[in-house]
Design a protein around this ligand. Structure first.
Ligand SMILES: Nc1ncnc2c1ncn2[C@@H]1O[C@H](COP(=O)(O)OP(=O)(O)OP(=O)(O)O)[C@@H](O)[C@H]1O
Ligand SMILES: [Mg+2]
Length: 356
């Protein structure tokens, strides 16, 4: 049932000599909520602007709904974009802001009034037509920006860090609202953020970007649990990394010598060979911490160097040989937990994230 709605094929965009977007290919499925996630400067906004038509690619093709969009100007593309800043017109009322795109399309006044009224109701802002942006809260302004994009009934909604000006609590509320609205409309949405938690919580699909390239595309759980490389494991969530040497690899069972111990793990990558130098990663919450040695393989013995109560978990730093491991244990901290502990690393939770 899922058809490709937006397709980028080997898209390159350079500013000067450095590529801001470097050979990006991506399929966005119809009706999906797809997020471009990556650190500042990795090319997210440039990618979105290329899709909207504000930039032309130096190389590659952009397709929307089976039509090639290269050389099609922004106002002829079936897209609407909410910009990184609110980008509401400060001297215009809410009504005029939302009506702007419809006026540009020279729709009759009656139709404009109807559509603006119903979209404001839809985003939960009825009755605010006469207000100016400075008379609204940040969350309300954001919803006006969303209404202004939705009112022209775009096929594809492009949202560039729409929550970056809101405080932490409001961000969570508005992102949930945006997701709710997107679900109701089943509108293909491409969302940009550098906030990994935001991306994990609202996306159907995440495309992780690093220095102009897409390095992994997957569902939030795939991105979190099966990071394609060290960058993804590091950027999305917290991870422990250990360097080691493969001592055995057969039938998906791999054994890696990390110096202080040997770790068994399950890794389908058939390219791993004994002797390979690798980096493995383990999430803090995947590690079991115990006072007594568990009668299992994959156990490390260490000493707690510090602990920090974070509310839902307690985070421990445990020194094992030269390395400090981060371990998250659900629940409150036993006061002053110190001393020796055993770390058990379940084989299924250890990933090879790099071959060095
Ligand atoms: N108009 C421009 N002229 C020159 N360089 C640009 C221009 N726009 C972007 N760049 C450069 O291209 C790279 C990607 O920028 P882009 O704005 O796409 O990043 P971003 O991922 O959106 O970052 P942020 O999270 O900070 O918004 C950066 O190195 C940036 O300096
Ligand atoms: Mg940006």
């Amino acid at each position: 049932m899922s058809t490709v709605h937006v397709r980028l094929i080997h898209v390159v965009k350079r500013f000067g000599t450095t590529p801001a977007v470097d050979d990006v290919s991506l399929d966005v499925l119809e009706g999906s909520f797809t997020t471009l996630l990556g650190p500042s400067g990795c090319g997210k906004t440039t990618t979105l602007r290329l899709i909207a038509g504000f930039y032309e690619p130096d190389q590659g093709e952009i397709w929307i709904g089976g039509k090639k969009m290269n050389d099609v100007p922004p106002h002829r593309r079936p897209t609407a974009m909410v910009f990184q800043e609110y980008a509401l017109f400060p001297h215009m009322t809410v009504f005029e802001n939302v009506a702007y795109g419809l006026r540009m399309r020279r729709l009759p006044r009656r139709e404009i009034e109807e559509r603006v009224g119903s979209i404001l109701e839809f985003v939960g802002l009825p009755g605010l037509e006469g207000k100016f942006p400075h008379q609204l809260s940040g969350g309300q302004q954001q919803r006006v920006a969303l209404a202004r994009a939705l009112v022209v009934e775009p096929e594809v909604l492009l949202l560039d860090e729409p929550l970056s000006n809101l405080d932490a609590k409001l961000r969570i509320r508005v992102r949930t609202e945006i997701r709710e609205i997107q679900r109701r409309l089943k509108k293909t949405t491409i969302y940009v953020t550098h906030d990994q938690e935001e991306a994990l919580s609202i996306s159907d699909v995440i495309a992780v970007m690093d220095r102009g390239r897409i390095v992994q595309v997957g569902t939030p759980t795939e991105i979190y649990h099966r990071p394609a490389n060290r960058f993804v494991a590091d950027f999305v969530g917290l991870a422990n990394f250990a360097t080691g040497r493969v001592v055995e690899a057969s039938d998906g069972r791999v054994s890696v010598d990390i110096g202080v111990s040997r770790l068994s793990l399950i890794e389908e990558d058939a390219r791993l060979r004994p002797g390979d130098q690798v980096v493995v990663s383990v999430r803090p919450e995947a590690i079991h911490l115990s006072l007594h040695p568990p009668a299992q393989e994959n156990t490390l013995k260490g000493v707690i160097t510090s602990a920090s109560f974070l509310g839902s978990v307690t985070r421990y730093w445990v020194r094992v040989g030269e390395m400090e491991w981060i371990v998250d244990v659900p629940g409150g901290a036993p006061e002053g937990a110190t001393g020796e502990r055993y770390l058990f690393l379940p084989p299924e939770n250890i990933r090879v994230v790099e071959k060095v």
